[in-house]
Ligand binder design. Sequence first.
Ligand SMILES: *[C@@H]1O[C@H](CO)[C@@H](O)[C@H](O)[C@H]1NC(C)=O
Ligand SMILES: *[C@@H]1O[C@H](CO)[C@@H](O)[C@H](O)[C@H]1NC(C)=O
Length: 540
Amino acid sequence: MNCTFHMEFVFQKWVLAFFFSFCLLFSAALSVEGIKGNSKVRAVNLGGWLVIEGWIKPSLFDGILNGDMLDGTEVQFKSVTLQKYVSAENGGGSNVSVSRDIPSSWETFRLWRVSEKEFQLRSTQGQFWTCEGQGSSVSATTDAPATNETFNIERLYNSSRVHIKLQSGIYLQALTESQITADYQGTPGWDDNAATFEMTIVLNNLNGDFQLVNGYGHAKAKEVLEEHRNSFITRDDFYFISTHGINAVRIPVGWWIAFDPDPPAPFIGGSLAALDNAFSWAHTYNIKCIIDLHAAPGSQNGMEHSASRDGSVDWPKSQDNIDKTVDVIDFLASRYADHPALLGIELLNEPSAAGVPLDILVSYYQNGYETVRKYSPTAYVIVCQRIGNADPLELYQANIGFSNVVVDLHYYNLFDTFFVNMSSAQNIDYIYKSREAQLQQLNNASGPLLFIGEWVNEWNVTSGSEQDYQSFGKAQLDVYNAASFGWAYWTIKNDRKHWDFEWNIKNNYLQFSSSPRSYDSDVIFFLLLTCSYLFLHHIL
Ligand SMILES: *[C@@H]1O[C@H](CO)[C@@H](O)[C@H](O)[C@H]1NC(C)=O
Ligand SMILES: *[C@@H]1O[C@H](CO)[C@@H](O)[C@H](O)[C@H]1NC(C)=O
């Protein structure tokens, strides 16, 4: 062996060793810890299971009497004799008049349902109608409703006409524009009289846990929810997704899960046992779990999927709500940190940009991060973008935690007039241009990994062909596959078929490789194999 050959050999050896370690580092950097045989999360959301969303499974609400008057329903009243609308002067905090020709926000009241026929009426500023009894007038001045704020609303069948009476049985009437008084003599008929109002339901878009339980009442709701939790998602679904290219689930839960089996009213226990089942099925089929706190006390976005009672965003308004939320994270982290199926915990789904100030959110996210780290050094801590007018970069700049932090961004070509008249080609173009540009910008930002934690193969296009849907799905997969943490489809099952992951797969509307290994990891696997071959071949 001459000298040159020897030096060459040593040189090659070091180059190869260097190359080999580089390959290892590279593959570690591109993969998500805990996801076997795959570099990234390919997840599906278990939406509408442990946090109720009526639109996902409308039949859950079928048995509710007076079902169009659930919590949060917005109503207006017009006196049939005065032909004027009932108004909370100044939007609340003052008297209630019957003086407006055209209804707007002061003339709109949100229902709190007490029973099928008993309701409390909340003004835009938050105060409730109150009346001290016979002969008194109604004002919108009470913050915490009780008996004096509870009214019976009687409806004429198949008509918008209503009568409103106190618990004591006295009917309200509108004799003058300046007030409503509790002094109608006797029982009014349905003719034009001072105690008859026309009620318009202007909005009833909340169908969450709060509405379901208050709608049925506790006992019946318990039956309905037990049946739903036991049947909507089962072991078979985990088998199905595990054999169709999915390696993780994102599981929305409500804050009351931490108080199982007897959570505060109106929530119903049992979701914790269902989550335990999900973890055990996930483990069986090699699926990872992301627990996603979808509903926080007081509601972080006013929507049914945060179990809002009436659309208010009260979560950030009290430190008590925020502290309680950290306790829920503590509970979840301590219970599941050592479970082999745990991948991560998402601290709060879709806080609203309009209702949740960034500083309050960031401070909560930092506390949540530390709380998860008390129990697990490696579980991913996922923080969700604010929805509405907010730039997700705000979370990259927030210093939420030191390691394994993920920012969750939701991509829907829906819910915004911007998308309303887009053709299928324009929708697809938007994915390849705007979505991809933002995704690359965030992928390259230092700090957290990026997760497209909700997206769907649906759009505003009304006449999309099967091929249009396939192209839209392909565009989304092409782009979202590049997100550094991965993605999660919304949602596993849905009354609306295009939203339903299982339907999409079975009907070939969404086409993605059912091989558990993604393109990235194939390349890395091949590189590693080549490296190892060269390394061993030359060295040994
Ligand atoms: C309800 O009204 C009655 C009658 O005026 C009054 O005595 C009582 O204090 C009121 N209840 C509350 C909780 O304000
Ligand atoms: C969509 O198109 C319809 C019909 O041309 C039009 O009336 C409507 O204003 C458009 N909506 C938006 C948001 O662009």
